[in-house]
Design a protein around this ligand. Sequence first.
Ligand code: GLN
Length: 195
Amino acid sequence: MQGNFSLHHDVFSRLGIDSIPIKVQSDLDLIDGLVIPGGESTTMSLLINTFRLREPIINFGKDHPVMGTCAGLILMAKEVQDKRVQSFGFLDISVERNAYGRQIKSSTEKVLYHFGLNKKVELKTTLIRAPKISNVGEGIHILGEFDGSPVAVLSGHYLGLSFHPELNNIDIFHQVLFDPNCEYYYKNLKQTYAA
Ligand code: GLN
């Protein structure tokens, strides 16, 4: 409904995975997984309520993979310091909006990510008025950190990123959550984390 969704469609098309925009409740019946993109979390929160998508998305998320980037991560958090955002609570984390500074302080950093035990990869990490993950609860696996805070967290079938992988043509996070043929698919990683 809002935000940077179109580049996520490009990632899916590179991966050979069909994707559609989600605007009304019945759209959720057509998909196997959801991306909540970057954008403006207060606006998204309002639109989600206006279009009566809150309960349907919470129910969808119970048994389908959901990935949130930036504003999407804010919407997935259990605790958001800004009460204008009504989040879904999928990830047991606390987030502070805009905690890396203003738009002009947006930056692209290099961060080392861990996908299970076997794969470490340094990736461009573009933070745009990004949320900071200030606290993580149990069952949250940190895939990467920048400046002392997690920027990528995985918990079961939920993946939250403070940054925008789609801006740097990074596909691996979408593969982790949505590509069962990928070695780093979350169900395969789960065994690694459990071990
Ligand atoms: N600052 C935005 C928010 O709080 C997030 C920015 C983004 O998604 N790039 O919702």
